[in-house]
Design a protein around this ligand. Structure first.
Ligand SMILES: Cc1ncc(COP(=O)(O)O)c(C=O)c1O
Length: 382
């Protein structure tokens, strides 16, 4: 039924084997740098690759400073703390996201409020955020409260779904107007730009992931992006057990975290960063090929980057005509050697978040019934 699609994807990846959704690729200095860590014994939390990796990511993204973490999830947890989210605050986010966005809110004891996404970005909708705030928010002494629950609305976390940037200009101005901190979950969007500026650099803090399935990987890892250097210094302190520098004494001035990425992972990150532009170009070529191919399928829409955006096309997505077609597509492709996947189960349906407030999530539910991700690995080794 979808045999032309599975054969197109096998040809694209020049393989008759099972085609995964996203496999990592190591074609640069990865082994060289990792061997250097082993030869010098600097495999753990001290070593030159940690600083170099932070500088490379800050240069690439245009952030004033970047601070490494052990995962994107810890980076988001840190981001929540750094912008001052506290127990019982509310945080506006999308239900169409990976669980880590909501876990980071929950670690603090705060409550996610699920707002709808835009169909053209798949990410948090500024219009929906504004509608929710107009109905529910009141400002007292420059602090935003939910007038129905009495809780403070402290932060807003949009997520750049599959690497496609959300409408950042509008979100920045709404957050300013309502005194809400903007934190970007840029876990999926290294290499994606909105109006020429890198995602993750619009809010007070941005968080990137280098998990094995991302555009570039450190095995596991994350990075915080800052415009404010003082805040980045505090982040470095908190992620390294809040130890006050001293040659031999153990003095810690906060409850700190062991969130610092080991040098051996950062070595992998430096080598991967050297090829990031090539990877993104190649992923964009793949997206173009998919776009041309799917243009002949009247009942399947290939999702393309939103206006004003340069997307890394981390995970390519198609939209099927309804839930039934989505399930048939998933069944056929997975039975015929091509890995495909529906979008994550909506956060608002998960046991832990069932009781959280939503705005009805009209577009979110529409998209959940139709989205399927298709193979998107970089093809430079083929
Ligand atoms: C949207 C989103 N947020 C956060 C994360 C968490 O990153 P990590 O797996 O590095 O903890 C991921 C990916 O894994 C993600 O896709």
């Amino acid at each position: 039924m979808y045999s032309d699609i599975t054969s197109f994807i096998h040809q694209l990846y020049k393989s008759d084997e099972f085609i995964p959704l996203h496999a990592p690729l190591f074609i640069g200095n990865e082994k060289k740098y990792m061997n250097e860590c082993i030869d010098t014994t600097f495999v753990s939390s001290v070593g030159k690759f940690v600083d170099r990796f932070e500088e490379m990511v800050a240069d690439y993204t245009g952030a004033a400073k970047a601070v490494v973490c052990v995962s994107g999830t810890n980076a988001l947890h840190m981001a929540m703390m750094l912008v001052g989210v506290e127990r019982d605050d509310e945080v506006l986010t999308q239900a169409l996201t990976f669980i880590a966005t909501c876990n980071a809110i929950s670690y603090i004891g705060a409550h996610p409020v699920f707002i709808d996404v835009d169909k053209e970005t798949l990410g948090l909708s500024p219009a929906a955020v504004r509608r929710w705030l107009e109905k529910n928010a009141e400002i007292k002494k420059d602090v935003c409260y939910n007038k129905h629950t009495g809780r403070r609305v402290k932060a807003c976390i949009p997520m750049h779904t599959f690497g496609h940037p959300v409408k950042l200009d509008e979100l920045v101005s709404i957050c300013d107007e309502y005194h809400i901190e903007l934190v970007e979950d840029a876990a999926e969007s290294i290499g994606s730009f909105y109006k020429g500026k890198h995602t993750g650099t619009f809010g007070k803090v941005g968080a990137i992931s280098f998990n094995g399935n991302k555009t570039i990987t450190t095995g596991g890892g994350g990075m915080l992006l800052f415009q404010d250097e003082e805040l980045s210094k505090f982040a470095k302190h908190l992620t390294t057990q809040a130890k006050v520098p001293h040659r031999w004494e153990f003095v810690h001035d906060h409850v700190g975290y062991n969130y610092r990425m080991p040098n051996i992972n950062a070595a992998l990150g430096c080598a991967q960063m050297e090829n990031l532009d090539r990877y993104v170009e190649n992923k964009r070529e793949t997206a173009q090929k998919y776009k041309e191919f799917f243009s002949i399928h009247s009942d399947i829409t290939f999702f393309t980057e939103p206006t004003d955006c340069y997307s890394n096309y981390w995970l390519n997505a198609v939209l099927l005509k309804d839930r039934h077609a989505q399930q048939e597509f998933l069944q056929y492709t997975n039975d015929h050697g091509v890995m495909t996947r529906p979008v994550w189960q909506l956060m608002s349906r998960l046991e832990m978040f069932k009781g959280c407030e939503t705005d009805g999530l009209e577009n979110t539910i529409w998209l959940e019934e139709r989205i399927v991700n298709i193979p998107s690995s970089v093809r430079l080794n083929r």
